[in-house]
Design a protein around this ligand. Structure first.
Ligand code: ADP
Length: 488
């Protein structure tokens, strides 16, 4: 039987992306279609999303109009995300702004984010309650804090006459919890009963993610290891008690990668396409990458980093280790954006090592493909990593991942220890603890392995042959939806 799921998120590729959530929300519908699940995606009608939706010269298909959705005029408009159904929350007063989805170009969060994403949650709960009779659903699936109020509205203030649906709250990153002042509570339009420990109240304010975690039938996060880690204070970031109390209602389902976007055999962004059987063709990509980053050409190992430049990603330790990396014959090409202090540290290292360290600051999707296709190894020294995508792209592209043993990095990379190497199972290098000695040692191991071409080629090939497409993960979500609805 066909299941209908409403997936609510603040980003989805190709409409809007600031991080991995968008890749996941954008890929889920196609991943679930083969499993008898029709996934409708609801995202805010940011300017770029509205533009992508509006067919030239045609009218938008309006499913519902609100005169007052938490104080804003709004409409639900229908479209397509690939082949699958899409609904945009078109509310110009909330979403038609220059800048990013969460703040202005200078990086300041919008002061009314509580209202913007409460409106998203309210609209999701309305849709889940049957607001649009032609669009009914069996399950509500909320992603991250921006969608956290959707299950809470459904529980505390369902559309009149509707029965709440089973719901899933997926945590893509526990570090982002959506915490706002208590003074906004009345404006949310929730009953007083929602102001409680098991409702939206969190440390005297409103916790969007917390509310969703309390209200949802099941909580998922994006890797089995992260699902365990968030039971501890370091990773749970205040919500570990809630995670523990939800017991077996917390699951870990690792993200997949979308082979339509990430496949070196037919990637249109890269100079030379290749497969696991023609890895030598990567050399042309390496030469092009060296040129693009102003690096001395050479056969020595070329490390890459594609990352947000933040503490989470261990970029401060990366800065410290660069002299060592260069000292043992490595070069680095880095693409990232983020903290000014890290940008300064990286820039200083690049000045010390001209021709050995090349940097690009900003966000550049096509360049990120060229880097995975031309780099020898990708460094991912994250302090925590719910799932992580860049290491999986590295695997698919024969760019060997060197990763911290945490979260999804621990679940997706097989360390090149002696046994794994001998069995031909190894796909990368793991290290424990994001510290200078641990990262320096991992880089040294990578350089030593790189100097053994047979072993290195085996690492690349095993990674390229590992299957991280959405097949298994799509099935896991479909099984979960079926478990929740009791529909076979
Ligand atoms: P997170 O979501 O925590 O940032 P992930 O590894 O899950 O980390 O996903 C990051 C995504 O964003 C990947 O698709 C990665 O390639 C991409 N990305 C990160 N920084 C950049 C950048 N500066 N330019 C292009 N793509 C980037």
């Amino acid at each position: 039987m066909m299941l209908r799921v409403l997936s609510v998120a603040s980003e989805a590729v190709p409409l809007v992306k600031t991080g991995g959530l968008a890749d996941v929300a954008g890929a889920l519908p196609a991943a679930l279609a083969p499993h008898g699940v029709e996934l409708t995606t609801l995202v805010p009608g940011y300017p770029a999303a509205m533009k992508a939706l509006k067919p030239k010269g045609k009218q938008l298909r309006v499913l519902h109009s609100y005169d007052d959705l938490l104080g804003a005029k709004a409409r639900l408009v229908a479209g397509k995300l690939g082949e699958q159904p899409l609904i945009l929350l078109d509310a110009p007063g909330l979403f038609a702004r220059d800048g990013g989805p969460y703040g202005d170009a200078a990086g300041n969060d919008w002061s009314d984010n509580w209202r913007r994403f409460a409106a998203l949650g309210r609209a999701a709960a309305d849709l889940a309650g049957g607001l649009v009779p032609a669009r009914t659903f069996d399950v509500l699936h909320a992603h991250d804090w921006q969608a956290g109020l959707a299950p809470a509205y459904m529980r505390f203030a369902p559309l009149p006459g509707s029965t709440p649906l089973p719901s899933v709250m997926t945590i893509h990153n526990m570090a982002f919890q959506g915490f706002f002042g208590h003074e906004h509570f009345l404006a949310l339009g929730l009953p007083r009963t929602a102001w409680s420990m098991t409702g939206v109240e969190y440390h005297g304010g409103i916790g969007f993610l917390k509310a969703g975690m309390e209200a949802a039938s099941v909580i998922t996060t994006v890797s089995p290891t992260y699902a365990k880690e968030i039971r501890s204070p370091d990773f749970g970031m205040g919500l570990e008690g809630l995670i523990i109390s939800r017991g077996d209602r917390v699951r870990g389902i690792v993200n997949g990668i979308d082979p339509a976007d990430w496949n070196p055999a037919n990637d249109t962004h890269i100079p030379a396409t290749y497969t696991a059987g023609s890895i030598a063709r990567r050399t042309a990509n390496k030469r092009a990458l060296e040129a693009e980053f102003g690096l001395e050409p050479g056969d020595g190992p070329l490390f890459i980093v594609v990352s947000r430049l933040t503490w989470q990603k261990g970029m401060d330790v990366l800065v410290e280790v660069l002299d060592h990396l260069v000292g043992i014959g490595g070069r680095l090409a880095l693409l990232g954006s983020g903290d000014a202090g890290l940008v300064a540290g990286l820039t200083a290292a690049a000045m010390r090592h001209p021709g050995r360290i090349g940097l690009k600051f900003g966000y550049d999707e096509a360049l990120s493909h060229r880097m995975q296709a031309g780099g020898d190894a990708i460094l991912v020294p994250s302090r925590f990593e719910p799932c992580g995508l860049t290491q999986m792209y590295g695997l698919a592209y024969g760019c060997v991942p060197v990763v911290a043993r945490t979260g999804g990095l621990a679940d997706t990379v097989i360390d090149a220890n002696l046994a794994a190497l001998a069995a031909g199972a190894a796909t990368g290098i793991q290290f424990s603890g994001v510290t200078y000695p641990a990262l320096a040692d991992a880089i040294s191991r990578a350089v030593a392995l790189y100097q053994q071409p047979v072993a290195w080629r085996s690492l690349q090939r095993s990674g390229m042959q590992a299957d991280f497409s959405w097949g298994q993960s799509g099935r896991a979500y479909a099984d979960l939806y079926r478990e929740l609805t009791g529909k076979a």
